[in-house]
Design a protein around this ligand. Sequence first.
Ligand code: Q46
Ligand code: ZN
Ligand code: ZN
Length: 304
Amino acid sequence: MKCRVCRGPAVIDVRRHNAAFCPDHFVTHCREQVRRAITDHHMIDPEHRIVVAVSGGKDSLALWDLLVGLDYQPDGVYLGLGIGEYSNDSLDHARAYATDRGVTLHEVDLAAEQGFTIPAAAAATHRAPCGACGLSKRHLLNRFALEHHYDTVATGHNLDDEAAVLLGNVLRWETEYLARQHPVLPATTGFARRIKPLVRLGERETAAYCVIRGIDYQVDECPMAAGNRHLHYKDVLNRLEQRSPGSKAAFFHGFLDHAHDRFADHPDGDDTGAHLGRCTECGAPTTTDVCAFCRLRHRATSRP
Ligand code: Q46
Ligand code: ZN
Ligand code: ZN
């Protein structure tokens, strides 16, 4: 296996590009994919202050490193979810990266600041933990960005993640979610801009990128992920990709090129925030008196 660029020994092949790369040219390949995603989707203006949502896993640390490699100057923010040892280890990885590379990591702790953890929220709501977790992440990372004057929250969602979410949304024709499934969600009243610069890289690529760049990431899966239906969709898509390399990218990027606008025009896709009121407790935009996050906090912190 030879590097497509220099013909030296290759360390990884990327079947959907029908190419293999040596370590240096693989890093260049990853940077180029992120640069293209940023350019194609007008993700970043030079004056934007960016904060990366850092979990300590391969995707978010690769994203942080790739943005730095492309001469952006993002800070990171870690949200402690209180998922036992898994969260403690994840924080250690995020801190180690920040210390090694001399970049700024902010920390937000769900238990210390809101009085509950994700396992407690799952127990209180009798629901799968990922729902409460996703809601908490969106709410608290957005609040952090607004309070600290970051324009943009960058998240490490990769091509595999986005294709799996798209498959789930299409299977149920979730038109509202399809309208919002895009690598850029512009800033609206009460919401910072959100971007996903890794949509052109698969998780095998972000893992290889971390290994080549010497980034020590959390390799364990979240112990609360069992039952997350996106894992099942990823499995289905991986089998498709195995037989037909490029299927995931064609599915997701084809959706962006040919179909997303049709859903964005849907009235459910209105994301201007203009029709939203304010949560009476935290001030976040909401269609109800008390926002979904504050309702979750009440349930998770009230004694049975
Ligand atoms: S951290 Fe949270 Fe994930 Fe764990 S509880 Fe589910 S959503 S699986 S990215
Ligand atoms: Zn090479
Ligand atoms: Zn609220």
